[in-house]
Write a protein that binds this ligand. Structure first.
Ligand SMILES: [Zn+2]
Length: 382
């Protein structure tokens, strides 16, 4: 790792030299040094977009478009400061960024001089790039451009796929629709728990091996020494007189005090949820009911069409179902992830379920005050 040119002084994350001091520094620098000033440039011209600063990276809302999540990462991992937007595919050096913003040709010396000017520095004359350097750049730029075009094309293809799937989603789910979905689930469930209290114990007993260390608790019960007691083996949890309202789907390593991803040693499940199968977030009771009817159909679709093995279904007590499936092979999971946007599957939950605080049966929903219910439970792993 290269030493950062701009030291981060404190948690306040101010760069050692402040951007507003730049205009007073009339120094001659080399081209490479100019490129190192990307963070600096961003502080000066796009500070309102910056979300997070560390010594070797910035994350920001992309300056080229509406960007609600910070999609743009700026870092010096490749030995030079580069930006990369995961949303629009734009990527490159300070010169590329400035050129794109100002409409200059990124391969032109004009663009480089314009960057230097905007930062109040001069380029060392003797170090003006040679013809060969400039040809090499042009080539690099051509490659970067081709790659970014390719990425944009892929994104477009994914969008088209998603749109097509969404248009046909209800058609696809139709064979799996059931008016009596709740009863269907209940009667097809291999394990029956007669009372809500029993359901909580059955849920973890059936899904986790006795020696697996699992996290249970309230959402905030993680990260401090006192939260060591939220990590117990399944066997120990079952000996408790009652169980907490939330559980993470992964197995944790011994001695964990935080349910961070790093402490997860195996993730035996994926959890699929969709909050907007009806085409939008459900608001009325009727919309919520309909979203759950469709979620049940989605469970059928995932089993029959995607070959996933259903292990548990929890009605969250609000507008959706949590569908617990055995974690499939990596290839199958990649396929699920590709199809997820079209199936309106929540990707964040899918990717974080092994460490996220998921609702147990009986967990009271904050908004509706309705307890979650266990509707289906299967003891046999695939
Ligand atoms: Zn972008």
């Amino acid at each position: 790792m290269k030493k950062p040119l701009f030291r981060v002084a404190s948690s306040e994350s101010r760069f050692a030299v402040r951007p507003d001091e730049v205009s007073h520094i009339k120094q001659s620098i080399k081209l490479e040094e100019l490129k190192e000033r990307l963070p600096f440039y961003l502080e000066r011209y796009h500070s309102e977009h910056i979300q997070k600063r560390t010594a070797h990276s910035l994350s920001l809302h992309c300056p080229f478009h509406e960007d609600r999540t910070p999609s743009c990462i700026v870092d010096d991992r490749k030995g030079v400061w580069l930006f990369n937007c995961f949303s629009c595919g734009r990527a490159g050096s300070l010169i590329d960024l400035h050129a794109e913003k100002t409409g200059l040709n990124p391969c032109s010396f004009e663009a480089i001089e314009s960057v230097a000017q905007s930062l109040g520095v001069q380029l060392e004359r003797s170090l003006r790039p040679s013809q060969a350097d400039r040809r090499a750049w042009a080539e690099q730029n051509r490659i970067a451009y081709t790659q970014s075009k390719k990425r944009q094309r892929e994104l477009l293809e994914q969008e088209t796929l998603t749109r097509y799937q969404r248009e046909n989603l209800h058609e696809k789910l139709r064979p799996y629709l059931s008016k009596d979905w709740r009863a269907d689930l209940w009667y097809s469930s291999p394990v029956w728990a007669d009372t809500p209290a029993l359901a909580t114990f059955a849920f973890i007993d059936v899904l986790f091996p006795p020696e697996a260390i699992i996290w249970m608790g309230e959402c905030h019960e993680t990260g401090k020494e006192k939260h060591r007691e939220n990590f117990k083996t399944c066997r120990e949890w079952i000996r408790q007189s009652s169980l907490p309202s939330r559980v993470a789907a992964g197995h944790f390593q011994a001695g964990s005090v935080s349910r961070s991803k790093d402490n997860v040693i195996t993730s035996p499940f994926i959890v699929i949820e969709s909050d907007d199968l009806i085409g939008k977030k459900p608001v009325t009771d009727e919309e919520k009911r309909r979203n759950k009817v469709l979620s049940h159909a989605l469970a059928g679709y995932c089993q029959k069409e995607l070959g996933l093995h259903l292990r548990a279904v929890i009605d969250t007590g609000n507008k959706s179902l949590h569908l617990w499936f055995d974690r499939p092979s990596q290839d199958a999971l990649t396929a699920v992830r590709t199809l997820a946007p079209g199936l309106r599957i929540d990707l964040v939950l899918l990717d974080s379920c092994s460490s996220a605080p998921l609702r147990m049966p009986s967990c009271i929903h904050e908004k509706t005050k309705v307890p979650a219910t266990l509707l289906y439970l299967d003891h046999s792993a695939s």
